[in-house]
Design a protein around this ligand. Structure first.
Ligand code: ADP
Ligand code: X2W
Length: 296
């Protein structure tokens, strides 16, 4: 006996979503899947289903993933301490090997397998594949609050993207494949660099002039001083909240990346809670959306 109630409910949802689906047809949506958002298998399966549904709706989804907590867990197993400066992992040669193994190896292939299990064809990549992204050693300046002296931090093999070649991504957009990309890239100096996944996603989305860049994290979006969600945030307001200490920690580079992405031609950038079931579909295909929309 078919469940007619469920069927008519699904049909009603689909009818509401249809105009939004058409809005994104043929457009690129870059989804940054953060390590904190990954959670358990069920959440991962929901995420993979959303990505598969985007492809089936003729959207061009590109997944860029992180894996900070997963790298930390592997380093701890090997007795190596995780050290951060300004939100970036200090990465010596040995750490770089583990970072590449965890990001471009295990996490990347886990996400590929989850999407494939939804009947789609995902392909796991990093910046090295198809000479997609080149990086250089990151130059991060730090002002000591006590002495007010500025110094350059040496973070080892932490990189920043300097060139993105879209050839491979354009090829995949015209195919059945969904790219899943780890934030590891070569330098022109022959070294391998560890790049913050937000920065990496911003560079990919910018180079493609993406319609949307979605950051999936572990909070509902940018929260105000009373921990209430800010649905829309301008650069001026963001600067103010950073100065007041309301926006802090990992949210600072994330928000900064959002505005850089808008400047480089991404049409819309949103920060969302990756732990909310089907948050990608809710954001793209419903009237109210979810999370914090960043505006200039
Ligand atoms: N105003 C704020 N609104 C929301 N989150 C904030 C804010 N200020 C700081 N944060 C912190 O930023 C974190 C998200 O950044 P981060 O941990 O770098 O995410 P991810 O690992 O998903 O890239 C949140 O879990 C929260 O602890
Ligand atoms: C340089 C740097 O810090 N790289 C990050 C790359 C992974 C990442 O950014 O993962 P999340 O998105 O889960 O935080 C790291 O080593 O943790």
């Amino acid at each position: 006996m078919p469940d007619t109630e469920a069927f008519s409910r699904d049909a009603a949802i689909l009818a509401q979503a249809l105009p939004y689906m058409q809005r994104y047809e043929g457009k690129t949506v870059v989804v940054k899947y953060g390590g904190h958002a990954m959670g358990d298998l069920k959440l991962g399966q929901g995420f993979a289903r959303d990505i598969a549904l985007l492809k089936q709706s003729k959207v061009n989804p590109i997944v860029v993933h992180g894996g900070g907590p997963q790298i930390a867990a592997m380093l701890a197993k090997l007795g190596i301490e995780s050290k951060f400066e300004g939100g970036l992992r200090v990465t010596d040669q040995r750490t770089m090997e583990i970072v590449e193994m965890v990001l471009a190896g295990s996490i990347n292939k886990e996400i590929v397998a989850l999407i494939n299990a939804e009947g789609e064809w995902a392909i796991g990549l990093c910046g090295k594949d198809g000479n997609m992204v080149f990086a250089r050693k990151a130059e991060k300046k730090f002002r000591d609050p006590g002495s007010n002296i500025e110094r350059v931090l040496d973070l080892g093999f932490v990189g920043e993207p300097i060139e993105v070649d879209r050839t491979l991504l354009d090829l995949l957009a015209r195919s059945e494949m969904i790219p899943v990309i780890a934030p590891v890239a070569p330098g022109r100096d022959g070294a391998t660099y560890n790049i913050n996944a937000d920065t990496f996603a911003g560079a990919i989305a910018g180079s493609l002039g993406a319609k949307r860049l979605l950051f999936l994290t572990d909070v509902d979006g940018v929260l105000d001083k009373d921990k209430k969600l800010i649905p829309e945030l301008s650069m001026r307001e963001a600067k103010q909240l950073i100065a007041e200490g309301v926006i802090s920690g990992g949210m600072i580079p994330k928000v900064e990346t959002c505005f850089e992405a808008l400047d480089s031609g991404v049409e819309g950038v949103v920060i969302l809670n990756g732990k909310t079931p089907h948050v990608v579909l809710v954001e793209l295909f419903t009237e109210h959306g979810a999370g914090t929309l960043l505006v200039r």
